[in-house]
Design a protein around this ligand. Structure first.
Ligand SMILES: Nc1ncnc2c1ncn2[C@@H]1O[C@H](COP(=O)(O)OP(=O)(O)OP(=O)(O)O)[C@@H](O)[C@H]1O
Length: 204
């Protein structure tokens, strides 16, 4: 495992958002909220180097601009609200997963033989999280990771994610709408208001 590092956004500007600055220490979860269409997903996509933007993101001492985009994205891993799948079976996407992680997310190892086409939206969402985590990134960008899940499954996924985040020391940006979820998982809460990202709460 590589040493844990912080994730910093230095004057990132995309869409109507200007001069976004924040620093996420290893193992911290910073939640982002804001009205629909305010730019939360686009900000994550900018940090993942998936959309042109002004400013710079840093992973420790490594600048986003200093790495080819695919290398940056392998380290700063985005789990989008709608996951992408390229092979037919679940197992082809999850070569390094453990039965314990599958069980923690409510699956038995048989899920690896399932066709992706049969997955429900909530199953896809949980397996996309597992896929991201099992690739051992250095930071995570989570776009509404529990949006398709019922309350009990949401709690189960949150607990699993927070445990992994603390174990690995990943800095995490987590888009969330539910104030109760933000209070459970976040160390900091930021909200997009107009063209600004404002810190509205901190629990550290
Ligand atoms: N590639 C793009 N070019 C221009 N505008 C875009 C692009 N992608 C998204 N937008 C617009 O930018 C705005 C912010 O979109 P974004 O998806 O970031 O919103 P959001 O805050 O995540 O919303 P929601 O909570 O509904 O998911 C929206 O008005 C959207 O239509």
């Amino acid at each position: 495992m590589t040493a844990s590092v912080s994730l910093r956004l230095e004057r990132i500007a995309i869409g109507s958002l200007v001069e976004t600055r924040l620093s996420v220490a290893p193992g911290e979860v910073h939640c982002l909220s804001g009205p629909s269409g305010s730019g939360k997903s686009r900000l994550l996509r900018a940090v993942a180097d998936l959309e042109p933007h002004a400013g710079e993101a840093w992973l420790g001492e490594v600048a986003q601009a200093s790495l080819p985009a695919h290398e940056w994205r392998a380290r700063v891993m985005l789990v989008p609200a709608e996951s992408h799948w390229w092979a037919d079976s679940v197992g082809e996407h999850l070569p390094r997963t453990s039965p314990a992680d599958l069980a923690a997310l409510g699956f038995t190892p048989e899920v690896l033989d399932w066709q992706v086409a049969r997955l429900s939206s909530g199953e896809k969402q949980r397996l996309a999280l597992l896929r991201a985590v099992s690739r051992e990134p250095a930071a995570l960008l989570l776009d509404e990771p529990t949006a398709n899940l019922d309350d009990a499954t949401t709690r189960r996924v949150e607990a699993w994610l927070v445990t992994r985040i603390r174990e690995r020391g990943w800095p995490v940006l987590w888009v969330a709408h539910d104030p109760a979820q933000i209070a459970r998982v976040a160390s900091h809460h930021w909200r997009i208001e107009g063209s600004e990202l404002l810190e509205v709460a901190s629990w550290t």
